[in-house]
Design a protein around this ligand. Structure first.
Ligand code: GAR
Length: 246
């Protein structure tokens, strides 16, 4: 267990890491409510990952596969879903991983759902939570606990085309290049600081399905390499700027 601390923060003496969070109010563009954090996390040995998924789970599978290599630097300690049955959960079960489901419909409201999701994740003491195709917005309780160490993957080059239809919206706009983004999760919609991006050209005859499939090839590689680098090298966040390594 990572120090047995469900918040996962605080100094760790051996091969550990240190998370420092300072809060300041930094109005940015049309997202003024964001309290951007100054975060510094050094490399985490054998980092504990909790992965959250809503659907097919190919990004999740890529991370599960990557973690089989001890040199990757992380282990998947649990997989959670917001709905069932999710194919992603079936992948996790096949891999013998602990799974949990926290459905919005089972709670009186979003706040209670968010608190339950936070508790479920915190129970596995993750160093990093990865939204690997998770189609719900997390709330205050989740961000109070995992802010600065929760990443999401999105199938567009943010800040363009946030939301649930990033691929469709980019196609409709007629862009010639799109891609994918790994970002830190904050209280906006795909608005958090960008960790890494990869571009994907749009073909004249692309439809949403063909384009999304090509993006997902790039996305899986980007998510795996980014999460791996984050846990091995650490990361820092200053305002909107994320830097991996020192
Ligand atoms: C991925 O393209 C991911 O970026 C997207 O859902 C897909 C999940 O694929 N997530 C979002 O759009 C979140 N805003 P997968 O289930 O095969 O990994």
């Amino acid at each position: 267990m990572a120090g047995g601390n469900p918040l996962g923060c605080g100094p760790r003496p051996l091969g550990g890491w240190y998370l420092a969070i300072g809060l300041y109010c930094a109005p940015f563009g049309d997202h003024p409510a964001t309290y951007l954090r100054v975060v510094e996390v050094s490399g985490i040995k054998g980092a504990r990952l909790v992965l959250l998924v809503s659907g097919e789970g190919t990004n999740l599978q890529a991370l599960i596969d990557a973690c089989r290599d001890a040199d990757f630097g992380a282990q998947v300690v649990a997989v959670g879903a917001d709905r069932g049955p999710a194919n992603g959960l079936a992948r996790a079960e096949r891999a013998g991983l602990p799974c949990f489901t926290v459905r919005l419909a089972d709670y009186p409201g979003r706040e209670e759902w968010d608190a339950a999701l936070t508790r479920a994740c915190a129970g596995f003491a993750p160093d990093l939570v990865v939204l690997a195709g998770f189609m719900k917005l997390v709330g205050k309780s989740f961000l109070d606990t995992f802010g600065g160490r929760c990443v999401n993957t999105h199938p567009a080059l943010l800040p363009s085309f946030p939301g649930t239809h990033g691929v469709r919206d980019a196609l409709a706009h007629g862009v010639k290049v799109t891609g994918c983004t790994v970002l830190l999760v904050d209280d906006g919609v795909d608005a958090g600081p960008i960790v890494a991006q990869a571009s994907v050209p749009v073909a004249d005859d692309d439809d949403e399905v063909t384009l999304h499939e090509r993006i997902k090839v790039a996305e899986r590689a980007l998510l795996v390499s980014t999460v791996g680098r984050m846990v091995r090298e650490g990361w820092s966040v200053q305002g909107r700027k994320v830097r991996i390594g020192s």
